[in-house]
Design a protein around this ligand. Sequence first.
Ligand code: NAP
Length: 429
Amino acid sequence: MSDPTDSVKIAVLGCGTVGTQVVRLLLEQADDLAARVGAPVTLAGVYVRDTTVPRDAVVPVEALTSDAEALVDSADVVVELMGGVEPARSLILRALAQGAAVVTANKALLATHGAELYEAADAAGADLYYEAAVAGAIPLVRPVRESLAGDRVTRILGIVNGTTNYVLDEMTTKGLSYEDVVAEAQRLGYAEADPTADVGGHDAAAKAAILASLAFHQRVSLDDVYCEGITAITPDDIAAAKETGRVIKLLAVAEQADAGVTVRVHPTLISADHPLAGVRGAFNAVFVEAEAAGELMFYGQGAGGAPTASAVLGDVVSVARHKANGGKGPLESNYARHEVLPMDAAMTRYAVRMSVPDRPGVLAAVASIFATHEVGIESVRQMAGRGHAGLILSTHRATEAALRATVQELRETDAVNDVWSVLRIEGEA
Ligand code: NAP
C-alpha cells in the first residue's frame, strides 16, 4: 500500500475514443478526484503505438509513450483502453503480477480470457475492475456483483449493443430496410466501417458472458453463448411484429433454472408494453429479475467516449481509494457449478411466420406437426394473400430442439409453402 500522502499513479494504455476522454477527466477533475480518493491522483503516462501521431489537445504530448512495459511498471493503477487480446492481455497480467490495480473496458478480452485474468488478480491480491466493459456508462457490473450479492438472480434480458438497437429502431419507426439503415448509420458514424461485431451479435455475446458470470457466480465464456445477429431481419418481420403488438430487439438473455444456465443473443420479439420495448436509438437497457428484489431495470448510454469514461473513472476512484487507504474490491465469485446448457435445451416461446396454400385442411395439418413435437400453439393469426395465406403462429414455451424439429417438418410438408421466419419471444408469461 502507498503512503497516504503519496500520489496514486495512473497509467492509461490506449488513447482512442475512450482513452482520450479518460485522460481529459483525470486531468480536469484532478482536485475532485484527489478529494474523493483521499490522495492526489496523477497521470503516469499514456501508451500509444506512435507518439508522433497528432492527438486531441486534451492529451499532453509529454505524457505519451510507446514503452508500455516501463509505463506499466511505474503505475499503481493501469487503465487498459486498447481493446483486442494482445498486447492488452500481457500488459494486464504484467500489471497484476506487480500488484497494480487494473481497470479495463475490454469485454472481448474478459469474455475469452477472463478466468486467467481473475486468477492473476486473486493470486496477486490486486483489484480488477471492468464497469465500462458492459453497457458503457450504465452502472451494472457493480450492482450485479455487489448490490445483488445477497439475492438470487434468475434472469437477465439486455439491450447491450447500441448499434443494433439503433438499426432495429430505425427499421421499426421508418420502415426502412436493414441495408439502408446500416449504410446511413455508417455515414453518420454510428456503425463501424466493418459492422460485423455489432450486427453479428458478437459484441453483445461477450457482454452476455460477463453478465452471466457475475449473475450466476460461475465462469461463463464467449464459447458458451449462442449468438445470432440481426442481418436476416426484414421489413416484413418488423411489420409482422407490429401486427402482433410486439417489437424486435437484439437481446442478450441469461437464465438460470434447475436444469442449468443458458446464455444467448438473438433477435427477439417483445411486447410493445415491455420496458425494454421503449429503449430507442442507440441506448442500452438491462432488465434483471432476482428472487427477492423482483424486477430491476438499468438504462442509459452504452457507448461513446465520455459516457464510457465516466464508468472507467468510477472504477479508477474505487481502486485508487484502496491504494491510498487500504482495502480491496470483491474477489471473483465462481463457486457455483450449474451446467451451461446447449442452445437446444433453451426454453422460450416462438413466433413462426409462414405461407400456406389457401385450401381447407391446411391449418389442421400444420397444427398436427406442432403437436407431434409437443410444441403448444398459443395463437394463430392469419393474413390473406393471393392464392396463399400468411400465418403467424405464436407458441407456448418449448425447447429450441423441439421447435427446430417442428420447423424442419414444416419445411418438408406440402401443407406449407414456405417458412418465412422464426423469432423467439421473451418477456411474456
Ligand atoms: P479506439 O478508439 O479504437 O482506441 C484504441 C486505442 O488503443 C488507440 O489509441 C490505439 O492506438 C490503441 N491501441 C490499439 N491497439 C494497440 C496496440 N497494439 N498497441 C498500442 N496501442 C494500441 O477504441 P475505443 O473505442 O476507445 O475502445 C477502447 C476499449 O474500450 C475497447 O476495449 C472497447 O471495447 C471498450 N469500449 C469502448 C466503448 C466505446 O464507446 N468506444 C464503449 C465501451 C467499451 P492508435 O491511436 O495508434 O490507433
